[in-house]
Design a binder for this molecule. Sequence first.
Ligand SMILES: Nc1nc2c(ncn2[C@@H]2O[C@H](COP(=O)(O)O)[C@@H](O)[C@H]2O)c(=O)[nH]1
Ligand code: MN
Length: 266
Amino acid sequence: MLDAPTAHAWGVRLGHVTVMVHSGSLGTGHLAGTLALNLATSVYPKGLAHPANGFFPLLTGEQNAAALQGMRDALHTAGNFAAVNRLFLVLMATAVLQGTIGDCEFPLLYDAAHNFIWQEDEHWLQRKGATPARGYEAMQGTPFADTGELVLVPGSMGASSVVLAGQGHPQALHSASHGAGRKQARGEAMHAHEDEFRQFLHDFRVVTPIDWRRARADVRAQKLAELKQEAPFAYKGIGPVIQTLEQTGIARPVAELWLLLTVKGW
Ligand SMILES: Nc1nc2c(ncn2[C@@H]2O[C@H](COP(=O)(O)O)[C@@H](O)[C@H]2O)c(=O)[nH]1
Ligand SMILES: [Mn+2]
């Protein structure tokens, strides 16, 4: 526990098991993004050079209202899909735990979308690789009115994750990083660190839809290559990231979640 009163208020207790689900809309969000880009390019003034950075301005004005609404609908469909996806994943995980250890409850701590676009009054706020971390002022009327928004920052398959309370930093647009961030690109991680990877598989429990220890050689090789791209050495250390969030007043650490096992499902 790093902030016991806040942890207590949220029902987070020493010795409790937390199920953290990290999943989005799968392909739906990508489709929505592609649709948005197609809409933005289709209404971009003809004859004007496209922006060099690939960022097209948001479609405003009466003539673009239908296109903007179409984009919002697609994004919201993807967001809804992602929320239901997380709900089913958590129901499956808790059903297995209840079936195995008997009577136990898993009250919802929080569900936070990230990689999404929010409309806030007259503005649109896009978070990519970031998660909402609103302060208590913005959380009035919610269970987080006295503490600030609950923020989850996952570490990796070999590190702790951290629960924090958002402090609504205006320069960070009321957002926090939603993880440690990659140290190595997928391709780079896949082609090195063989010894470190073996050690990781030995030291940490990773469950996948197939039992890679018994799988056919080619299926096993494919699964291990996928796992290696997301092995702990591919990510930065979570410690300095949390320290930065705290020192900058973006979010204050509330509790550390020690890793028991990871289910990597794909
Ligand atoms: N606890 C776990 N954290 C993980 C795992 N794989 C990645 N991560 C962390 O999440 C962030 C965000 O990941 P992204 O795929 O949405 O960009 C990443 O930076 C890591 O810190 C995991 O298996 N378990
Ligand atoms: Mn994510």
